[in-house]
Design a protein around this ligand. Structure first.
Ligand SMILES: *Cc1c(COP(=O)(O)O)cnc(C)c1O
Length: 427
């Protein structure tokens, strides 16, 4: 599939049926797999042969879909997880453990921030959060001898900051660690972080990849380019024998292309079991088949809504990376020349009460915590996801009390703008 465009990879990547085999990927709805001899099965347990034995670790349907996402990102290996949260946890925990440290971008998704700042901190992993717009000096100053990775989001949810991937990759590599990029909002259709120096990509497939609000899921893709052996002392989990697999050394046995994902499957999936169900993987693949057709429409609608709001007298500000004049416009033009995403944030001259009134009057756009769905949805964080915070705390989190986040779906933009317009008229 390598020589094909991303459009064709969306439709046909990951699975090529042989003569007489099903055209659509089969759902292997089986927890377990049969073998004729114990010796044959034993080889799988020793990682001497690849194959399936229990769906808590691996399932053929999942692997076909992971292979498609791997092709879309231009990676060497990939795996599905039960959620985006599981993907980000695994991606970091695969190379960082108690006593280690990670540099992360401060504008990352709230769920990921909690995972890092609260839960993984309890596991003894420390995080330093840096402003995405920090200077190279500030970024370099965040590293410690025990730093094991750098983490950021291509387009942050919901802050809509755009990551300067080259700047972050350069700093990570100067300190001998990989850059992990959560590419959920951009999708590989709009940005492929590996082309800019990222080493590992994660996804909440729950968002645009599924695209229909149908299934929660995640994915991890390895570029295969990070040289674990060149920094062997930093990554003993990949470069020294694993006792739980008869002393296999992942970076030696599976090479740079396979080590990260094999370890992540063999250890973390085995022990945590955050596997995606094969049914959900099948649904995810249906979404992926049209990702390249849907993303341009999400972006077209996002830009149309952003432009309409920008000129509206009741609107105080609009944040949308692909909108000329946006703080991240220049960065977006570099990394996301074909469009960013369908999510637009904006605030009201009338403040919090105007935002609440606006939300009440929308007809097409539904109030949901979700984003990146075919159906337009919106959220007033100050009265929903961030309602425990007072105005001062909201400000510090970059979320003003008048901010509304709208995720533009696949409807016609004229209908979306008419809906927004009538709701604005009522405030
Ligand atoms: C939603 C989201 C996640 C978490 O994914 P889930 O599938 O909800 O677990 C992680 N990162 C980003 C950027 C997201 O938008």
């Amino acid at each position: 599939m390598d020589s094909y465009t991303i459009d064709t990879k969306c439709v046909q990547g990951g699975y090529t049926p042989e003569n007489g085999e099903p055209r659509q990927i089969p759902i292997i709805q089986s927890t377990t797999f049969k073998y004729s001899t114990s010796e044959e099965m034993g080889k799988l347990f020793d990682l001497e042969k690849s194959g399936y034995f229990y769906t808590r670790l691996q399932n053929p349907t999942n692997d076909m879909v992971a292979a498609k996402i791997c092709e879309l990102e231009g990676g060497s290996a990939a795996m599905l997880t039960s959620s985006g949260q599981a993907a980000n946890f695994f991606a970091v925990f695969n190379i960082a453990s108690c006593g280690d440290h990670v540099v992360a971008c401060s504008t990352i998704y709230g769920g990921t921030y909690n995972l890092f700042h609260v839960t993984m901190k309890k596991m003894g992993i420390d995080f330093t959060f840096v402003d995405p717009d920090c200077t190279e000096e500030e970024l370099n100053a965040a590293f410690r001898p025990e730093t094991k990775a750098v983490f950021g989001e291509t387009i942050a949810n919901p802050a809509l900051t755009v990551l300067d991937i080259e700047k972050f990759a350069k700093a990570a590599h100067a300190h001998g660690v990989p850059l992990i990029v959560d590419n959920t909002f951009a999708t590989p259709v709009n940005c492929r972080p590996f082309e800019w120096g990222a080493d590992i990509v994660t996804h909440s497939t729950t968002k645009y990849m599924d695209g229909h609000g149908a299934g929660v899921g995640g994915c991890i893709v390895d570029s295969g380019k990070f040289d674990w052996l060149a920094h062997a002392d930093k990554f003993p989990g990949l470069t020294t024998p694993d006792d739980s697999y008869h002393g296999v050394t992942y970076a030696e046995k599976f090479g740079l292309g396979g080590a990260f994902i094999t370890k992540c499957t063999a250890q973390l999936m085995r022990d945590f079991g955050s596997i995606q169900s094969p049914q959900n993987a099948f649904i995810l693949n249906l979404g992926l088949e049209s990702l390249h057709v849907r993303m341009p429409r999400h972006c077209e609608n996002g830009l149309a809504v952003a432009k309409f709001l920008k000129d509206h007298p009741k609107i105080r500000f609009v944040t949308y990376p692909s909108l000329e004049g946006d703080k991240y416009y220049k960065t977006a033009m570099k990394y996301l020349p074909n469009g960013s995403c369908g999510v637009v944030s904006f605030g009201f001259n009338g403040g919090r009460s105007a935002a609440e009134e606006f939300m009440k009057n929308l007809r097409l756009a539904a109030i949901e915590t979700h984003v990146a769905d075919a159906r337009t949805c919106c959220l007033h964080p100050a009265s929903a996801t961030h309602r425990q915070m007072n105005d001062k705390e909201l400000e510090a989190a970059g979320i003003t009390s008048d901010l509304v986040r709208m995720s533009c779906g696949l409807e016609n933009s004229a209908d979306l703008i008419a809906d927004i317009s009538q709701a604005l008229d009522k405030i």
